[in-house]
Design a protein around this ligand. Structure first.
Ligand SMILES: [Zn+2]
Length: 265
């Protein structure tokens, strides 16, 4: 479960005090999204991931204990106040975007990137059309991130694939990921699923549990010959004949024949 407490925090930039929500614990149940967005309850705790000073507009994970340097004029600049011209639907998206701007100015590239990713998640939650623009911006930011270890390097690749697809860059995704291979089976399944979705120009939000389970089928001799004959007659592949029979297009006779003759491993 998620627990949050309210504490007064003194802003490191303007020295004014304000009440802030502090996330003391949270948990997750189930699989993350393909871009590794956590499931509930953590998913809904984003309102407490960052603090925002209501007096000067400074944003940080902890506005009291911060190492970043921000000129007061920067917090009053048009770019900061208008979020670079992104008129987001929610104040939370603005908060993550401003955290991106502060991190970018301080050359903290990983925090800048993750702030944009989180901004995109908030846009998703609010059906905000800026989600696509923010993902495109996040892709540029991702290229500047130095992964701390192999795990993060792999995770950044998985996130990149999702950012490309969800910002409608299907061909770029296919071009960049068609030959990518991981040691980890699930990561390969994620990329294969991304490639399938990209081929269908599907930019929707999916979780790892949405990846279809594959089965291996073995045909017995007679049915194999028969299906090959159909494939030859139709000038399509054997796989396409089987797929058609397994889909809604197959009638009940076809299905019964398949059930009797397939050996599912
Ligand atoms: Zn302040």
């Amino acid at each position: 479960m998620t627990t949050v407490i309210d504490l007064d925090k003194k802003c490191a930039i303007c020295t004014e005090t304000s009440p802030q929500s502090i996330l003391t614990s949270t948990s997750t149940w189930g699989y993350p999204d393909l871009d590794l967005r956590p499931s509930e309850m953590q998913r809904s705790s984003m309102f407490a991931w960052l603090q925002e000073c209501p007096h000067c507009g400074f944003v940080a994970r902890d506005i009291e204990q911060t190492h970043v340097k921000v000129a007061p004029d920067f917090l009053k600049s048009d770019e900061y106040l208008t979020c670079g011209g992104h008129d987001f639907k929610s104040d939370l998206a603005k908060r993550f975007y401003r955290h991106y701007l502060i991190s970018k100015t301080n050359n903290i590239q990983d925090v800048a990137f993750y702030s944009l990713l989180h901004c995109a998640w908030v846009c998703d939650d609010n059906n905000d059309d800026f989600a696509v623009d923010i993902r495109k911006l996040a892709l540029k930011s991702l290229d500047k991130v130095d992964a701390k270890n192999d795990d993060e390097r792999d995770n950044l690749k998985l996130i990149k694939a999702d950012l490309l697809r969800r910002s409608l860059q299907f061909d770029e995704l296919i071009g960049e990921f068609k030959d990518v291979f991981f040691e980890d089976k699930i990561k390969n399944e994620v990329i294969n699923f991304q490639l399938e979705l990209a081929a269908k120009k599907d930019s929707g939000c999916y979780a790892i549990e949405d990846i279809p389970k594959k089965v291996t089928v073995t045909l017995n001799g007679e049915l194999h010959k028969k299906l090959n004959l159909i494939a030859d007659l139709k000038c399509v592949s054997l796989g396409e004949v089987i797929e058609e029979m397994l889909s809604e297009k197959a009638d009940e006779t076809d299905m019964n024949e398949l059930r009797e003759n397939y050996y599912l491993k």
